[in-house]
Design a protein around this ligand. Structure first.
Ligand code: SAM
Length: 277
């Protein structure tokens, strides 16, 4: 059965491609590439001369028929300029259409800037993370976007243009607070640079060092909110109210433990004391 292979390519260092990816790119009958000129450099480096056709943001729908026609006669590989197709890159529509048409889709594991940057950032990965892709460009939309994720407890990952990085950092600090963050720049390339610091320090750094190249912005999730623990006077007042209303101490202690942040047994003991005083 013909297969559509989704093949990740390097995000900077040409060595970051798997043996299987190279074999698949050599064996398929056609490679659908986001930019054939960019991908030619990679293919020439590995002496792969498989025919290529373009598949990019502006022809991703009109090109479906041609790619399906190729799939009727054999396997096709989809690649983007760098990293994993379908991740802030064209791919989704083709993969959807192929699956809907009953075509086998196989994705190969490989490079993606988000995951590489996340791991090296040192930010929390144990509680999961949220990949947000490119944030909106317009300031009011960016503000709404950041406000929407401000309570998200997991690490945030964003792709951003170096030209908008400073403005995004400024708004992120204002809306999210001065959280730990990281800018991963030119990952796997000659001028790779990780800036790991609170947002305010990263902002100050990039206000004086114009960011160049490609960047991933990673921001720690919202800090856990402190549970609201009542003081003793408030707890005793609430306990007395309930007991005076005829509630059993056992039930009152259970209900107040859920509301007050106090331990049920401690509330029970306070209730006994109240009764004996
Ligand atoms: N599909 C790609 C992937 O899997 O990572 C992402 C493609 S998206 C069009 C390009 C964005 O990815 C860049 O603007 C940047 O935010 C990020 N990116 C790609 N390569 C990068 C690199 N070497 N260093 C830092 N960020 C990179």
């Amino acid at each position: 059965m013909p297969t559509l292979y989704v093949v990740p390519t390097p995000i900077g260092n040409l060595e970051d491609i798997t043996l299987r990816a190279l074999r698949v790119l050599r064996e398929v009958r056609l490679i659908a590439a986001e930019d054939t000129r960019t991908s030619r450099v990679l293919l020439q480096h590995y002496e792969i001369d498989t025919p290529m056709t373009s598949y990019h943001e502006h022809n991703k729908l009109s090109k479906l028929d041609a790619i399906f026609a190729a799939l009727a006669g054999g396997d096709v590989a989809l690649i983007s300029d760098a990293g994993t197709p379908g991740i802030s890159d064209p791919g989704y529509e083709l993969i959807q259409a192929a699956l809907a048409a009953g075509i086998r889709v196989e994705a190969l594991p490989g490079a993606s800037a988000a995951i590489t940057a996340l791991v090296a950032s040192g930010l929390d990965t144990t509680g999961g993370f949220v990949f947000l892709g490119f944030p909106p460009r317009k300031p009011n939309e960016l503000r709404a976007f950041l406000t929407e994720v401000s309570a998200e407890p997991r690490t945030l990952i964003l792709y951003e243009s170096p030209y908008r990085l400073v403005d995004t950092l400024r708004l992120a600090q204002e809306i999210l607070g001065d959280r730990p963050a990281c800018v991963a720049r030119e990952v796997t390339k000659l001028h790779e640079e990780y800036t790991r610091a609170p947002l305010s320090e990263i902002l100050a750094y990039y206000e004086s060092h114009t960011p160049r190249g490609e960047v991933v912005l990673l921001i720690a999730g919202a800090p856990p909110t402190e549970p609201d623990v009542w003081d003793e006077a408030r707890l005793l007042a609430a306990l007395r109210d309930r007991l005076e209303d005829g509630e059993r101490l056992k039930d009152a202690a259970k209900a107040l433990a859920a509301e007050s942040g106090w331990d049920r047994k401690t509330i029970y003991a306070l209730g006994i004391q109240e009764k004996t005083d």
